[in-house]
Ligand binder design. Sequence first.
Ligand SMILES: [Zn+2]
Length: 232
Amino acid sequence: MASFFGHITTSATLGAAVGAFGVWQFNYDWGVVFLAAGLCAIGGMLPDLDSDSGIPVREMFGLAGVLVPLLLVGRLRRLDLTPEQILVIMAGAYLLVRYGLSEVFRRITVHRGMYHSVPAMLIAGLAVFLMHRPDGPIAGQELQKRFYFAAAVMIGFLSHLVLDELFAVDLMGVVPKLNQFAGSAVKLWSQSWPATLLTYAILCALGYMAWVSTGSPTLEQAWRQTITPLRK
Ligand SMILES: [Zn+2]
């Protein structure tokens, strides 16, 4: 099992690469780029939210608690709320994640269960896709950014799964060795079928919401816009 340090180092490095890619291919400004880099770095720690103990986990829920309301700012701004109302909603979202969601996780998740899986990675990506709605003159550009942020968090998440799967990363250096948990991180289902079913139900629900939130014609447009610069 890779250490907390090994995970954050890897995902932060990947985050820098994701940011550089955004500047190079899409000409994004520093706000977009740093947000994506940060999402990628955090994505690399997300899977271990399922472990029940330890300071990193508590820290992570604190971080996630801050991140969720921040990602919602773009959406809240469109709702015609007063600044005070926005603050109340953000504080509520923080408390919900920090104390509500963390308690749910503590009770229902098993370490290295379905939260360490490919569908969980997609859920993380979809959650970011749904939460953050940047402003943009053209729907396609806005969508492209949402894809970019979702990809960023998923790349970080995937790096965690792969590291867990393959290596034990030593603090003093990389010591590759097959660990006893091999086969438990990058997976599509777990031994617990209720957990697997629940994961896929959440995945389908979020996927449907994401689809509806974009509208299929513009989704196709955005996909083309995302892909075109890559083909050059
Ligand atoms: Zn892990």
